[in-house]
Design a protein. Structure first.
Length: 157
């Protein structure tokens, strides 16, 4: 193996018995602090925030070094800036007819239905949440006829 790597046997064995460098020992100590701060943040802090925490503790270290240590430990922060784009409309397609004509006041209960969809980012992917219902006397009702919102207050069904 020494021949393939083009190193002498004595050099290889000297390297094996050598103590870790000062920087390697500091990396081990720093790695423990990075993991503790990351755990304390419930896995949400990334390199910039962990770097700021270390600086606040009086530990002088570069942000890129913190990022490298996090990468080596397979730690990742969570980005709060998640934005899901809406469906892109085909400019050639004919839009659906507006049967409501943007008039949302109704003369009688159960004449108009509404629906909406939202995206919820999770650790395992995107969760799609859809809701729909009709306006009836005294509040909103879902598709199973459970009252979910009435007047100015909402309650769980």
């Amino acid at each position: 193996m020494c021949r393939v790597l083009e190193v002498s046997r004595s050099g290889y064995y000297a390297w094996l018995g050598r103590f870790p460098s000062r920087r390697a020992r500091e990396d081990v100590r720093l790695q423990e602090r990075v993991e503790a701060i990351h755990a304390r943040s419930r896995g949400t802090y990334g390199a910039p925030r962990i770097h700021a925490e270390l600086r606040a503790e009086g530990i002088r270290v570069g942000r890129k070094r913190v990022a490298r240590l996090m990468r080596e430990a397979r730690l990742e922060g969570v980005s709060r800036r998640w934005r899901r784009g809406t469906t892109k409309r085909d400019p050639e397609a004919e839009p659906a007819a507006d049967l409501v004509e943007r008039e949302f006041t109704v003369p009688a209960p159960d004449r108009l239905g509404v629906a909406d969809i939202t995206y919820i980012p999770t650790g395992e992917g995107t969760l799609y949440l859809a809701a729909g219902g009709t306006r009836s006397a005294g509040g909103w009702w879902d598709g199973r006829w459970r009252r979910i919102c009435g007047g100015n207050s909402c309650s769980r069904p």
